[in-house]
Write a protein that binds this ligand. Structure first.
Ligand code: CUO
Length: 677
């Protein structure tokens, strides 16, 4: 981890010239030799400006270089706060100082801690916010794929000459379990590299702690915490139905054994150890791990839960200073997560974050065995574990109880309708020619591991993984506008038509199953309009290249004209996971389209500095701007209806419901863009 730094990539091998100041004890005596050795390989050497004052990093230095790092652990969060504070406090536009400080931090701190703080700092400094953040799956590939890949990768790199053609290392589709474990049916969703990258990137964009309040205090971030995770649970539940499993059971009784085990088959390249597994039927234990700053009991969790439940029941949050405020969804998000914006961390605790910790340490709650946390405590790996969904189903249920309480009223007709606007038809047209059928299949794609491996100066090392995919399609919506020309927001959702017993849904349940597919604003002419929208334009997703590729490769993508916007742009649901798997026989879904009243949707965002990458604003918001929709997130399904018993009852003239089918073609194709093709 403390190797001198070669720049990220290949052709242009850049070496930062490390003077004595930057070298820690391990390298102090052979720093010159290191510079010479690596200098021979480098074709560009960058001298570093000496720092006039070295940062102390009193907290952060305590994390050994070979330890895992997790923002969920209070001790680690304080370390990160300290480092981020240092990185943000270098005055704007003093980039040489900032660079030197980064190099110093990189050499002297735990690499994962450094990477997190460096990424947050790049994103939040005005003078670096356009500096690209490396794709995390390429810098820390071991968090995303089967550990056996890396032994093969080493071998491949060792025997291949520079420039020799590379044969990709195949990651088998089923490597974490067999179908004897019913939960394994969902592995393609839980272990998808793009899904996990999205989740990691989302939390990087929305940190819950920092010494600088503005790093955390972004528009509606608590509500977005609720909504983005609610949509993950809705998508996961839909996938469970597609795999003949019931919706996930929320983890509500915390004394109960957890039947879902998980054996991740990941190795950490930082600790050189395997990630701890969890056996079936383990139980939450009180945590006392001084090394992680964790000393919490299940009883503490119960107490915080009661306080949160009381806030939900009364609609009132108690502030730390003894005053009160009316509870709203944004505050509730900050309370439950919790972020530093929580009005009362003492009273409400950090229910969600600590749930991750309890789940992550069942195998060694008191550090007796010197074991690190499981995948549950790392934002890049947590979605792999079936328990993630049981925990977040519990978290989502708290939010839903607030939405169902008397403190949130149902939408009135005037909040749902759009007078004069009538949808006469809505359909999906697949690129394969079918109408109202979406087609899914499997694809094998390549990702370059070389950047995350220490032997990497020999060109790319590709791993080939299999993921769900779908044929592109378009929505076609016919609209009759009897009023004047105006704008409207088009909101497109889908949900399974039947529940796990194959019965039609009550709207009170189905509303929680609707997944957002797209949301966009368009002008409507007076009279007849036909709206055509491509699946690849979705406001939920980012293109494959934006999820996976490094920046030089992104340059080949015509949609990615401005490479400098990657930092925010890495956040977004992966395009290849937009459409649920469906089944080979075909699964029936409801397509729901709504054209809402723009007067009630619009927000006043200052123009300028628009991103030129494809944005995924529905889940990730817009950088430095207001969330681009004034309605509550999830509208119109975020609240129960007071009048409609089912989706058909809910439909007003500005809405449309259409039966569609999602059919899985059980074939595996090669991604035509694989670099090894
Ligand atoms: Cu995203 Cu629990 O918040 O992992």
């Amino acid at each position: 981890p403390n190797e001198p730094m070669l720049s990220p990539k290949g052709d242009d091998n850049t070496l930062f010239q490390l003077t004595e100041q930057f070298l820690n004890e391990d390298y102090m005596n052979n720093g010159i030799e290191i510079n010479n050795r690596y200098g021979e390989m480098a074709n560009k050497v960058i001298p570093l400006k000496e720092l006039s004052q070295l940062p102390q990093f009193n907290l952060a230095r305590r994390l050994p270089a070979d330890a895992e790092f997790s923002t969920f652990l209070p001790a680690h969060q304080e370390m990160a706060d300290e480092v981020i504070d240092e990185l943000l406090s270098v005055p704007e536009n003093q980039l040489q100082d900032f660079l030197s400080l980064c190099v110093y931090a990189r050499v002297n701190l735990n690499p994962q801690l450094f990477n997190y703080c460096y990424s947050v700092a790049l994103m939040h400094r005005k003078d670096t916010k356009n500096v690209p953040i490396q794709n995390f799956a390429e810098t820390f590939p071991s968090k995303f794929m089967d550990s056996q890949v890396f032994a093969q990768a080493r071998e491949s790199a060792a025997v291949s000459a520079q420039g020799a053609p590379r044969v990709p290392i195949i990651i088998p589709r089923d490597y974490t379990a067999t179908d004897l474990d019913v939960e394994h049916r969902l592995a393609y969703f839980r272990e998808d590299i793009g899904v996990n990258l999205h989740h990691w990137h989302w939390h990087l964009v929305y940190p819950f702690s920092a010494r600088q309040r503005q790093v955390v205090d972004k528009d509606r971030r608590g509500e977005l915490f609720f909504y983005m995770h609610q949509q993950i649970i809705a998508r996961y539940n839909g996938e469970r139905l597609n795999n003949a499993l019931a919706r996930v059971k929320k983890f509500s009784n915390w004394d109960e054994p957890i039947p879902e085990g998980y054996f991740p088959k990941l190795d950490s390249l930082t600790t050189s150890r395997g990630w701890p597994p969890r056996q079936a039927n383990m139980v939450w234990q009180n945590l006392n791990r001084p090394i992680d700053g964790l000393n919490i009991t299940v009883a503490d969790m119960q107490r915080w839960r009661r306080n949160v439940e009381e806030a939900i029941a009364t609609g009132i949050a108690q502030r730390a200073d003894g005053t009160t405020q009316a509870l709203d969804i944004d505050t509730l998000g900050n309370i439950i997560e919790s972020s530093i914006l929580s009005p009362n961390p003492q009273l409400y605790g950090a229910l969600h974050n600590n749930g991750h910790s309890f789940a992550a340490y069942m195998h060694d709650p008191t550090h007796r065995y010197l074991e690190s946390f499981s995948v549950m405590a790392d934002e890049a790996t947590t979605m792999r574990d079936p328990f993630f969904y049981r925990w977040h189903a519990f978290v989502d249920d708290l939010f839903q109880r607030f939405k169902e309480s008397t403190h949130v009223r149902s939408y009135t007709r005037s909040e749902l309708e759009n007078p004069g606007v009538q949808i006469t038809s809505a359909r999906v047209e697949s690129s394969t020619g079918g109408q109202n059928t979406l087609n899914t299949f499997w694809t094998q794609s390549d990702v370059d591991l070389s950047r995350g491996l220490d032997f990497s100066n020999r060109g790319p090392v590709y791993a080939r993984f299999t993921h769900l995919n779908h044929r592109p399609f378009q929505y076609v919506i016919d609209v009759n506008n009897t009023g004047n020309a105006r704008r409207t927001t088009v909101r497109i959702f889908i949900a399974p038509k039947f529940d796990e017993r194959n019965l039609p849904w009550a709207l009170s349940d189905q509303r929680k199953m609707f997944i957002e597919m797209d949301k966009f604003v368009i002008p409507l002419n007076a009279g007849q309009n036909t709206i055509v929208r491509q699946s690849t334009q979705s406001s939920v997703t980012i293109p494959f290249e934006q999820t996976f590729r490094n920046l030089s490769q992104q340059g080949n993508d015509p949609r990615q004209t401005d490479l400098t916007s990657f930092n925010y742009c890495g956040c977004g649901w992966p395009q290849h996971m937009l459409v649920p798997k469906g089944t080979e026989a075909g699964t029936q879904y409801d397509l729901f389209v709504m054209l809402s009243n723009y007067d009630l949707d619009s927000v006043n965002n200052p123009d300028g500095s628009t991103l030129s990458c494809v944005e995924a604003s529905s889940f990730c918001g817009l950088k430095d701007k207001l969330y681009p929709d004034r309605r509550s997130m999830g509208y119109p399904f975020d609240r129960p209806s007071s009048t409609a018993a089912n989706i058909q009852d809910f439909i007003l003239p500005n809405m449309f419901r259409q039966d569609i089918t999602i059919r899985l073609q059980n074939v595996t194709e090669q991604n035509p863009k694989n670099p090894t093709n």
